[in-house]
Design a protein around this ligand. Sequence first.
Ligand code: ZN
Length: 144
Amino acid sequence: MPVTKPQAEMLATLAVAARPHGARHWDAPGVMAALANIRHLDLAEVMMAVGRAARDRTLETPAAIGNTAAPCWIERPVERWTPTKTTRSDRCGECNKPRDVCERTARWGDDTHEFRPDYIQPAGSAVDELRDIKHAAMAAKEES
Ligand SMILES: [Zn+2]
């Protein structure tokens, strides 16, 4: 579905409003002029290109919107960040940071702590005892 004039006006308003703080300001007539070049293209594609162009703080003018060879017309993969899981035995009980962060963080003033796990697997716990019993039982089973 090509872009109608009212849709282009909406996109121009949004593009002007979406410019990042500190980036060169665009005016609606400039965006409309760029949109005139590509109004025959699919509305959804144009919407995404306008959004990417408006977000790009290096763009001085909205002219890139009218040029389908411009980077704003290339869909970029979303960079996903996955948090690293920290177990209680990898987290410092003193500063609550992961082991690697705690160990490379500079100490200031009277903070001279060394990494000490938040949780230490107790030795001789009920779990260990059950495991030993299970091992003994399985060994006995294999012998018979
Ligand atoms: Zn620490």
